[in-house]
Design a protein around this ligand. Structure first.
Ligand SMILES: [Zn+2]
Ligand SMILES: [Zn+2]
Length: 285
């Protein structure tokens, strides 16, 4: 397994309640030579570097859905960094730095993937070391890309409080090797994910917290992910099994959603978070 320590640290701060996501003022010129660079995504072996225009995230969620985990677990099996049981997803403006369709280093290693046919999220990996560099989806409405700090080295990104943990319906202790990682008290933990908007409690939390991530326009100078994707090869279907459970009848979904209470564990505020919740492969060996 490769060593992959993200420079990114999660917050020890209180949950973001209903704060509206505001972006930084725009960069003067989106040039890659600018000293005021945004977030940087490196693959774990150092062959690939991607720079984003924004250093301030648009949002931060933890997604316990089958596919976020399954992708990182697949990558780990191929020699990539250790998968997180519930990955953090950090959203940034859909604005890449540099010449359109170029990245700073190692574009030849970038490989778009989907877990299986019909999967909506494209996760772009670095083929050299099976790092996961970013994810893109039509559902992001062209406004954002997502980065899993567990799958790559994310640096020069501002801290952003966790807004939501979702999709606990998919969390399978046996499959993921034990109970969930602790979460900070006050962060809403909901049963369904974005695909389960019929679920009233989950849907309310997802809508209020995540809508601003995809509603606000791109504030930074840079080129969009679509331009980069044009330069990359065909999306590879990893042909992994579709582990999504079939939806239950609507009435029982609503009931279960309303009934769901996260049983813990929670982060102990008296202990350093890094001792409780490894975000990257750093602590895994
Ligand atoms: Zn690499
Ligand atoms: Zn997910």
């Amino acid at each position: 397994m490769v060593d992959c320590s993200s420079g990114w640290k999660c917050c020890g701060r209180k949950a973001l309640a209903d704060k509206v996501v505001e972006a930084d003022p725009p960069r003067p010129e989106g040039g890659s030579t600018s000293k005021k660079a945004g977030a940087r995504i490196d693959c774990c072996c150092g062959k690939v570097t991607i720079e984003l225009a924004a250093s301030k995230p648009r949002g931060h969620v933890q997604c316990a859905c089958t596919e976020c985990w399954q992708h990182l677990a697949w990558a780990e099996k191929q020699g990539g960094p250790k998968a997180a049981k519930i990955p953090d997803g950090i959203y940034f403006d859909n604005a890449f730095i540099g010449k359109e369709g170029e990245i700073t280093k190692g574009i030849e290693y970038l490989q778009p993937t989907v877990l299986h046919g019909g999967a909506g999220t494209i996760r772009v990996i670095a083929s050299c070391c099976k790092s996961t560099m970013f994810a893109t989806s039509a559902g992001y409405l062209g406004k954002a890309i997502a980065v899993y700090p567990a799958g790559c080295k994310l640096s020069n990104a501002e801290d952003f409080p966790l807004m939501l943990r979702m999709s606990m319906i998919d969390y399978d202790e046996e499959m993921r090797g034990g109970p969930p990682t602790p979460v900070e008290k006050g962060v809403p933990v909901v049963w369904r994910g974005a695909g389960g908007m019929a679920a009233p409690r989950s849907g309310y939390n997802i809508t209020t917290r995540m809508t601003p991530i995809f509603a606000t326009s791109v504030k930074y100078e840079g080129y969009p992910v679509a331009k980069l994707m044009e330069r990359l090869g065909e999306t590879v279907d990893l042909q992994q099994p579709d582990l999504n459970k079939p939806h239950k009848a609507l009435c029982s979904q609503i009931c279960e959603d309303l009934k769901y209470r996260y049983p813990g564990p929670y982060i102990d505020p008296n202990v350093q978070r890094s001792e409780q919740e490894p975000l990257t492969a750093r602590e895994a060996d």
